[in-house]
Design a protein around this ligand. Structure first.
Ligand SMILES: [Zn+2]
Length: 409
């Protein structure tokens, strides 16, 4: 089995965290100068590992393996959320780099190829998993033209500033890869709470998002009698609690739902709101449960609209589909985890979205978690113990070896 160098993994993670360091975390939004510099650094590390580095037209960084007959694509994303953690996607990218080096150094790795990749913009600064979707399906010109950052910078401008504009896009060639393997921090507290060290992801949740618009009548808060009001704010809040109550009754054991954004117009203390809006999101790994929640949401909005006095409309925003991880890949991770951390691993769904859910549509895919201290992520204090980082890298390497050897046998 290729043996990873734990100290080198930790040192590379710390070096990568220098690009955009913020407190103990990192601020490295996609296509920022720090992100562009870090992608260049990764390309140099891939070259030093004997791979042919390619940064493509969307900013994905690949380490192309010349030697191997059968290759496993391995990686994660390297940009971060604003003022966020140093591990998030970086962990999986550095594991992939270390795997490539460990395989190249081990005679048992001959003919077995690791191809590391650092995807661009999984975190959605400009779009939704732009890098992995560009690789699997291609992005349309229309989508690229329409995409912009939250502060309004067009994606095309960002790609031009980064120096990526006009470069070819790398596209999936299914005959080249036996599958895709990704490691990531858990970003939750399931493993830590259970005293476990490795999570074997069974499926990645789908997230469905809707926008609710309530139209009432804006008026004076002192002179408008209660019986005459069409208060959009009251209607919105009533609907929100009805949704929460109904979902509590019909959801599955792992369903989560969130109303994370609410707007009142004009949002002033002495004005009856004339308009109110909110975003409703729910997540599950089971499409049937997602569909059940959608039916309930449609019904509740229609009922609230009929009841008046405000008009209420529902607009679907996005629906990502749940993605099952390949059962053979799960078995390979579980066997490796049992070897290095007997009894301290579990199968679990991922409540967060990941590039692996995009890859899983085209390639057999697997995903592994290491614990997050306190379950904290998307915050600069995000962390994982060095022991868990190093253990995870070796489990990951063993799993990759088993997957590739099974393919060759
Ligand atoms: Zn991530």
């Amino acid at each position: 089995m290729p043996t990873i160098d734990g100290a080198r993994v930790v040192a590379d993670l710390r070096r990568l965290a220098d690009f955009g360091r913020y407190k103990t975390g990192v601020h490295r939004p996609t296509y920022s100068p720090e992100d562009v510099a870090s992608r260049q650094w990764l390309a140099e590390q891939f070259a030093a590992a004997g791979l042919d580095p390619v940064i493509d037209g969307i900013g994905n960084v690949f380490g192309r393996n010349r030697q191997a007959a059968r290759r496993l694509l391995v990686g994660s994303h390297s940009e971060t959320q604003p003022y966020a953690g140093w591990l998030d996607g970086a962990l999986g990218v550095v594991y992939a780099l270390e795997l490539a080096r460990a395989f190249a150094a081990d005679p048992a790795g001959a003919g077995l190829g690791i191809e590391p990749v650092a995807w661009a913009d999984e975190e959605g600064h400009y779009g939704n998993m732009l890098g992995s979707r560009s690789f699997t399906d291609g992005l349309t010109d229309a989508e690229i033209a329409a995409a912009a950052s939250r502060d309004g910078k067009p994606l095309r401008q960002a790609l031009a500033d980064a120096g990526y504009a006009g470069r070819p896009y790398q596209r999936l060639d299914p005959s080249r890869h036996v599958g895709y393997l990704e490691a990531h921090i858990e970003q939750g507290a399931t493993l830590e709470t259970a005293g476990q060290r490795i999570g074997i992801v069974t499926a990645i949740i789908g997230a469905w998002n809707y926008w609710v618009t309530v139209t009432g009548e804006q008026n004076h808060a002192g002179t408008t009698e209660m019986r005459r009001r069409k208060d959009a704010g009251v209607a919105l809040v009533r609907l929100a609690t009805a949704i929460h109550d109904r979902f509590t009754a019909i959801a599955g054991p792992r369903t989560v739902w969130t109303i994370g954004r609410m707007l009142l117009d004009p949002n002033a203390p002495s004005i009856v709101p004339g308009r109110a809006e909110m975003q409703v999101q729910f997540r599950d790994t089971d499409t049937a449960i997602l569909a059940r929640c959608e039916d309930a949401l449609v019904e509740l909005v229609a009922a609230a609209d009929r009841a008046g006095p405000c008009r209420i409309a529902l607009t679907p925003l996005s629906k990502s589909l749940p993605a099952a991880m390949d059962s053979r890949f799960q078995a390979a991770i579980a066997e490796a985890a049992e070897r290095h951390a007997p009894g301290l691993h579990r199968h679990m769904p991922s409540g967060a979205g990941h590039d692996a859910q995009v890859l899983a549509r085209r390639l057999p895919s697997g995903m592994m978690f290491v614990p997050s201290i306190g379950g904290v992520s998307h915050h600069w204090s995000e962390d994982t113990s060095e022991a868990d980082i190093v253990l995870g890298a070796q489990v990951f390497a063993d799993a990759a070896t088993a997957i590739l050897q099974n393919e060759v046998d």
